[in-house]
Design a protein around this ligand. Structure first.
Ligand code: NAD
Length: 423
């Protein structure tokens, strides 16, 4: 990862300003929808296994509740900052508007390294975070989900904590839960599946046969590993994958089943040792994965990966942003000049929040749909959103990112205007 520090919230604000200037919004309209509505910061005391107490910093940002309850994941990471969470919450508002699901935007973060915590410490921290924030959360006010380093088990602990506080069974307070506790079929792979629907549309538009493409994927967690699996099943050749243990490359194609087996065999979900288990080389500089000669590049890790410095060396024809904010605004301009077809995060990775929405609906009904039904709804929602973004971009002669923001900002602005101001 590049050491250069780029503030993701400043990047997000630049994206907003660029799109908002084309919509000619008034200062009051901008004031209503640009900055986060509420930022909460807490110090979380957690009893550690040796009996001592450690204080962890936690955040929850509600960027917007104009179109529905705040919605967005909770990230556990040693470097998470309030500005990162603000940016992620902002992107959630506009992501939900792009795909037309009735949510606002929110995001949470806890400064911690989950790999250094015992399972009990991780559970205590998860429960304490949810308890401290329980006035914010609720099926009609703020509905979190998993993000980097959080998973369905953590969602289960958080759901349980909330339900114990309220003395009711309230699964709709959080999504990404295990199936046994009201999780939805298809949620685990939803982010990657939504991306695949977008890539299918993009390759059609560009006249590329997906089965003939080569793919590089950065990040092999929830989004990245399913991206590799699904695109591999679609016939694309995955030539490079990476995670915090390094980047692995084989121009003839990586054995994805071996990659999953390696992750399962390691103590934590990591590709470590893959070069010894299957034919591939470990790149000396993992960032070089982003510059490989491939048709499709999928950043699926963290923000600020393609920046002004390395963007000129990107060779992919399509970039599908599974991660949030992997490309900075400066890099966007360079990629646009290079005629790279970029599917922006607020469209490309919206499959996750879309199936989270379907999970929330099922929880509220108490009736559960089949995997086929979920898949059908997801495909229909993603493809419609892709077409709408593409048409908006075409009619304004802008790139897909600005097209997505134009569509989404317009929807949020209209909702805000219709609600008016309660004073
Ligand atoms: P995760 O914790 O499951 O996986 C993150 C992966 O990135 C891991 O494999 C980790 O080793 C890797 N990684 C971290 N730093 C890296 C680096 N510098 N270089 C290479 N790999 C690195 O998280 P996730 O849920 O897959 O989220 C990944 C991205 O997708 C994030 O930007 C997240 O906000 C976004 N996203 C996730 C979802 C979802 O439903 N999980 C939905 C929308 C967007």
């Amino acid at each position: 990862m590049y050491l250069k520090q780029i503030n993701p919230f400043e990047s997000a604000m630049k994206q907003f300003d660029k799109a908002a200037s084309l919509l000619k919004l008034s200062a009051s309209q901008i004031a209503m929808i640009k900055e986060p509505r509420r930022i909460t910061e807490v110090n979380l005391p957690v009893r550690m296994s040796d009996g001592s107490i450690t204080i962890f910093k936690g955040f929850r940002v509600q960027h917007s509740i104009v179109r529905g309850p705040a919605k967005g994941g909770i990230r556990f990471h040693p470097n998470v900052t309030v500005d990162e969470v603000k940016a992620l919450a902002f992107w959630m508002t506009y992501k939900c508007a792009v795909v037309g699901v009735p949510f606002g935007g929110g995001k949470g973060g806890v400064v911690c390294d989950p790999d250094q915590l015992t399972p009990t410490e991780l559970e205590n921290l998860s429960r304490r975070y949810f308890a401290e924030m329980s006035d914010l959360f609720g099926p009609n006010s703020d509905v979190p989900a998993p993000d980097v380093n959080t998973n369905s088990q953590i969602m289960a602990w958080m759901f349980d904590t909330y339900s114990m506080h309220k003395k009711q069974f309230l699964p709709a307070v959080i999504t990404g839960k295990p199936l046994e506790l009201g999780g939805s079929e298809g949620r685990s792979e939803a982010t990657a599946q939504g991306m695949v629907f977008c890539v299918e549309e993009a390759t059609k538009l560009l006249g590329i046969d997906l089965k003939q493409t080569t793919v590089a994927i950065q990040g092999f967690g929830n989004a990245g590993s399913f991206a590799a699996k699904l695109l591999n099943e679609d016939g694309a050749k995955i030539v490079a994958i990476s995670d915090v243990s390094g980047a692995y490359y084989n121009p003839s194609g990586i054995d994805i089943a071996a990659a999953f087996a390696t992750c399962r065999s390691n103590k934590t979900w990591l590709l470590k040792g893959l070069e010894k288990k299957t034919k591939c080389e470990k790149l000396s500089d993992p960032m070089k994965l982003l510059e490989l000669e491939v048709d499709i590049l999928i950043p699926a890790a963290l923000e600020n990966q393609i920046i002004e410095e390395n963007a000129p060396r990107v060779k992919a024809r399509i970039i599908a942003e599974c991660a949030n904010g992997p490309v900075t605004p400066e890099a966007d301009d360079i990629l646009e000049q290079k005629k790279v077809f970029l599917i922006p995060d607020i469209l490309c990775n919206a499959g996750g929040v879309t199936v989270s929405y379907l999970e929330w609906v099922q929880n509220r009904m108490g009736y559960y749909w089949s995997r086929e039904r979920i898949q059908q709804d997801l495909e229909q929602i993603m493809k419609k959103a892709f077409d709408e973004v593409f048409e908006t971009a075409k009619s304004h002669q802008v790139n897909m990112r600005i097209g997505a923001f134009l569509l989404a900002i317009d929807r949020v602005t209209k909702a805000a205007e219709l609600r008016g101001l309660y004073a």
